[in-house]
Design a protein around this ligand. Structure first.
Ligand code: WQD
Length: 344
């Protein structure tokens, strides 16, 4: 049985990936500093899979702790690296915190991976590296643009650090996965997205408005050059995204003849506008959403969606869930989660 270390494994995408890995027969170890997640997520993973992954609260920026961790856990075959801060706005206010946190942790991890056995790394990257692309849908060949935020820049720099390390290394191979917009939750509603405070992202804001925590959703602009004037994104189900990580891990572990470093876009390949998201949510939930068109949000990209051909053909992965299923899972999670909170 392969041992997979999932850093940031109590986070939103990390926890869904841990579930899919366990269900595919991998032994999962989770390391997370819990700075933006809750240890109770481990209970959710156990309830879904019947397996409790070994969890350790550890900050990857602490080099000596990470060294001890790898010494204590020999036999890690591969690492999926999610652990990072991800709030765009916060990164503009606290750039050094973002550069320190996201880059030092990666460098420490790569150094330990060079020292120990794991020769396979899957990195959690983002379509944010493309900025507003010149051509749509966006392929992996599209130029990486100057980042709009320190957060986006850490993803771009991290990819460069990984590519250079792989090139120089005798044994390390890596895949960077550039996510478009992950949404939704596990179909059991035992794990899901847990935004702290007022959510920045569209779907948690929609579900919190529907359940009555927020008064209304603000639609940031309807004067863009798109069919209905609102921004367009490529929203994919977090479980589909999680499965892509399992596919990438298998490729690294079993397929040694591939290129040493690869990059894949992960999306559905379809762009959906904010107003279409609202209409689809209303349809699946039966709730009339209170919303208002306001001014544009600074730094927003007008439209972006993925060309997923490379992931489909080369990686052998495809997003399966419909937008209706995906939004229904987000809504189910919001309702279960509030009930659970009310009970405690
Ligand atoms: C989606 C659309 C908003 C909230 C984020 C990260 C980015 C990348 C992808 C990670 C936009 C609109 C939103 C609201 C709204 N991920 N909106 N009202 O902008 O694609 O970016 O995810 O690396 O780095 O920032 O996603 O969910 O914030 O917004 O109208 O209250 O919804 O304008 O068009 P975005 P989002």
């Amino acid at each position: 049985m392969y041992n997979i270390l999932v850093t940031g494994g109590t986070g939103y995408i990390g926890s869904h990936t841990a579930v899919e890995l366990i269900e595919e027969g991998f032994n999962v170890l989770i390391a997370d500093n819990l700075s933006n997640s809750d240890a109770a997520v481990i209970d959710g993973i156990e309830k879904i899979t019947g397996v409790r992954p070994r969890f350790e609260k550890i900050d990857l920026c602490d080099k000596s702790l990470l060294k001890d961790y790898f010494n204590k856990n020999p036999g890690i075959d591969a690492v999926i690296h999610f652990a990072a801060a991800k709030a765009v706005g916060e990164s503009v206010e606290k750039p050094l915190m973002y550069y320190r946190n996201n880059l030092i942790s990666l460098i420490n991890l790569l150094e330990e991976m060079e020292r120990h056995s794991p020769g396979s790394l899957v990195f959690s990257s983002s379509c944010t590296v493309y900025g507003q692309p010149d051509k749509l849908p966006v392929t992996e060949e599209a130029p990486v643009k100057k980042a709009e935020s320190p957060y986006g820049n850490t993803k771009k720099i991290s990819e460069d650090i990984i590519a250079d390390t792989v090139k120089a290394s005798g044994h390390l191979r890596a895949i960077s996965l550039r996510y478009f917009n992950p949404i939704g939750a596990h179909h059991t509603a035992l794990i899901g997205e847990l935004p702290r405070g007022v959510p920045d992202n569209l779907v948690p804001f929609i579900t919190q408005t529907a359940i009555g925590i927020r008064d209304e959703l603000k639609v940031f602009g309807d004067d863009y050059n798109t069919p209905d004037g609102s921004c367009i994104r490529d929203y994919l189900h977090v479980t589909d995204l999680a499965r892509a990580h399992v596919t990438a891990i298998k490729r690294l572990l079993h397929d040694k003849n591939r290129k040493d470093y690869e990059v894949f876009n992960l999306g559905t390949g379809t762009g959906v506008s904010v107003l279409e998201m609202i209409r689809t949510f209303e349809k699946v939930s039966g709730i009339k959403l209170k919303y208002r068109i306001t001014g544009r949000r600074a730094g927003d990209i007008e439209q972006v969606w993925a060309d997923t051909s490379l992931a489909n053909t080369e990686l052998g992965w495809k997003a399966e869930s419909s937008l209706e299923e995906t939004l229904a899972s987000a809504w189910k999670w919001e309702q279960y989660y509030r009930k659970m909170k009310d009970r405690n």
